[in-house]
Design a protein around this ligand. Structure first.
Ligand SMILES: Nc1ncnc2c1ncn2[C@@H]1O[C@H](COP(=O)(O)OP(=O)(O)OP(=O)(O)O)[C@@H](O)[C@H]1O
Ligand SMILES: [Mg+2]
Length: 165
């Protein structure tokens, strides 16, 4: 599935829509969402919309240097990671990411490839791309859980999105 966001507010709305699909899917295992796309593609913006939809008030700190920012939202451990500055995948162990992976956790990972095998294949992959006037968000499921969320996502009707497939 591919969505088009014409401005940053629409990117945040894509994040909010993903939040609703994750809550509706009511998963019993952790969900790993990988966000790829060039620098400035809108990954943190999308995560901001998702966190706000789950009840986070205030600004979202980009974990550029801390690499990991945990939240407790809607009864879930939501962990926002930015692995751009990860020096090697083993560093993820040192950061205690595994301890943050509870059954009710949702991991939102920017630059997931830098985590190597430590992270595994994301349940859901979002690839953000540039348009002349906005961004595209391409969704891909990597597991049964990912497919569950994706089917919720594609079944929610929303006029403010330009769904192209
Ligand atoms: N759909 C959109 N159209 C135009 N601008 C957008 C859109 N979505 C986000 N932006 C803008 O793009 C800029 C970069 O966004 P953001 O920081 O979320 O990118 P990022 O992918 O997290 O970058 P990095 O790889 O550095 O972490 C911000 O100024 C944001 O407002
Ligand atoms: Mg970012």
């Amino acid at each position: 599935m591919r969505l088009v966001a014409r401005n940053a507010e629409e990117t945040r709305a894509v994040g909010a829509r993903l939040a609703a699909a994750i809550v509706a899917a009511d998963l019993e295992d952790p969900l790993v969402v990988g966000l790829t796309g060039d620098l400035g593609a809108g990954k943190t913006t999308l995560v901001g919309g998702l966190l706000e939809a789950l009840g986070h008030a205030g600004a979202v700190r980009s974990p550029t240097y801390t690499l990991i920012e945990p939240y407790l939202l809607a009864g879930r451990d939501v962990v926002h990671c930015d692995l751009y500055r990860l020096r090697h995948p083993g560093e993820l162990e040192d950061l205690g990411l595994r301890d943050l992976m509870t059954s009710r956790s949702v991991l939102l990972v920017e630059w997931p490839a830098r985590g190597g095998d430590c992270l595994g294949t994301p349940d859901l992959s979002l690839e953000l791309g540039y348009l002349d006037d906005g961004r595209t968000v391409e969704f891909r499921a990597g597991s049964t859980r990912g497919r569950q969320v994706l089917s919720r996502l594609s079944s929610t009707n929303s006029d403010e999105f330009h769904v192209s497939s």
